[in-house]
Design a protein around this ligand. Structure first.
Ligand code: DGL
Length: 270
């Protein structure tokens, strides 16, 4: 007699950002977790997070997750957003103690370990540069170098526009990154931390416009490795049903965003 047993469904990993920046993390996570399905959630109704006051944003994110966890029953959640995690990471873990949350925080520790000049810049949203979490990272890991926090009011929006096919003015982009480049006592900034998941999409542009070459630190791979450590490897299961999905809190995204998501292998809501 053949034994029939229900094939356990592999629970997806939910990747979360305010917009499409978290796709930079999703692409790394997929490489390391090929057996998992993914649900990509963009809280585009509230984009950009960088402009929000802390209390209402934290409340919004925790409230949103009550619904998201119920609807998608993920195995784990990757918060692919510095602005969200540095603010609401602890509150999410407290509100949903049975869920694994993998966070994204500015890569200040690896930057401090690698810098040779001792001058490091952190390019982030205005929200992330204000966070107590970010200042604690500097106190804990980077007291022996000079950390220059640069809050860009425009780059996340610019990255979204760029990905949708718009052309960005070189001068406008340079204006946002220029404060990252510092010279002091004959030394120059040698590492710039990309502390917003949108920014790696603009890295080639940054390299071209940079006044001198620097190491642009993108933490996406490290986040994916941490997720792989925490998400059990499921071997004895079918691949999850259907393609990976994208969910946008504002509803159906525009045509160019849908094309972009399709390019990332994500089914888009109809
Ligand atoms: N991608 C987000 C981050 O990593 C922020 C973009 C926004 O301002 O919403 O910080």
């Amino acid at each position: 007699m053949t034994e029939t047993r229900a094939c356990p469904k592999v629970r997806p990993v939910l990747v979360f950002d305010s917009g499409i920046g978290g796709l930079t993390v999703l692409r790394e996570a997929r490489v390391l977790m090929p057996e998992r399905g993914f649900v990509y959630v963009a809280d585009d109704a509230a984009f950009p997070y960088g402009d929000w006051e802390e209390a209402p944003l934290k409340e919004r994110i925790v409230r949103l997750f009550a619904t998201l966890l119920e609807e998608h029953q993920p195995e784990a959640v990757i918060i692919a957003c510095n602005t969200a995690f540095t603010l609401a990471g602890a509150a999410l873990r407290q509100a949903f103690p049975h869920m694994r949350f993998i966070g994204t925080v500015p890569a200040i520790k690896p930057a401090a370990e690698r810098t040779r000049s001792g001058l490091v810049s952190v390019l982030a949203t205005p929200g992330t540069v204000k966070r107590a979490y970010t200042h604690e990272l500097i106190q804990s890991f980077a007291t022996r170098c000079e950390v220059n926090l640069v809050g860009s009011p425009e780059l996340a929006r610019m990255a979204e526009a760029f990905l949708r096919g718009e052309t960005l003015e070189d001068a406008a982009v340079l204006g946002e990154i220029a404060p990252c480049f510092q010279e002091k006592d004959g030394q120059k900034t040698d590492i710039i931390v990309l502390a917003c998941t949108h920014y790696p999409f603009l890295a080639n542009l940054f390299r071209r416009l940079a006044p001198w070459p620097v190491d642009w630190l993108d933490p996406a791979e490290a986040i994916a490795r941490q997720a792989r450590r925490l998400v059990p490897l499921e071997m004895d299961t079918d691949h999850p049903d259907g393609p990976d999905r994208a969910v946008f809190t504002a509803g159906r995204p525009d045509f160019s965003t849908r094309r972009l998501l399709q390019g990332f292998g994500l089914a888009v809501p109809t």
